[in-house]
Ligand binder design. Sequence first.
Ligand code: ATP
Ligand code: MG
Length: 208
Amino acid sequence: MPQLLPGVLGHELRNPLAAAMTGALLLREMLDTDDTRGPVLDSVLHDLERIKHLIDGWLQVARAGVAPRRELSVDELLARVAVRHGAQVVGPASDAEVAGDPSLLERALDNLLENARQAGARHVRLAAQVLGGRIQVHVEDDGPGIAPAQRERLFRPGSTGRGGHGLGLYAVATTVAAHAGTVQCVPLTRGTRFTITLPLAAACPALV
Ligand SMILES: Nc1ncnc2c1ncn2[C@@H]1O[C@H](COP(=O)(O)OP(=O)(O)OP(=O)(O)O)[C@@H](O)[C@H]1O
Ligand SMILES: [Mg+2]
């Protein structure tokens, strides 16, 4: 499928979907708490949420190749993501900048942290480490880990171990590749580490 098609489709679906969600939410508020129609509406809302999540994933993948770039601080990026997810940033500040689309890179990290939480991790740690002209961003969790067979197909679309859409890690891989980077998954004794490696902005002026 051409890469822009999911983006256009997603964009066109977003408005009617938002209207449907608002309508369902309004109806939900009109019902008394003991109204037997409540659970039906809850289930509709749940499904609409799932569709929204799927569309957001499409849009993330579609935008990755065409998003505008600017220099952004990795420390600030990690701090914003950590606050949102109640995660911890460990180690010294990297004082590094990468060239990229901040919302896409943040969304990629959001996907990793959401996955960790959904898998049952209690603690997630973020760290950044400059190595030559590149920076590694680590996302480590203390969850149940990922079986070797599943790790092999982890970044392929549709690969889910929890009845999700299997789009999150595909979107991460697409976003990172569009920033000339790589993403790896490494098992830990207790948990999982995802490492995103990106070129420093100074090392790739053509990207800015
Ligand atoms: N940190 C993690 N710990 C344990 N399992 C993980 C972790 N990250 C990902 N997984 C496994 O990898 C699968 C694929 O993740 P991915 O984000 O691509 O899809 P999803 O979360 O199932 O659905 P979506 O993100 O589209 O809602 C997950 O379903 C889960 O089984
Ligand atoms: Mg996910």
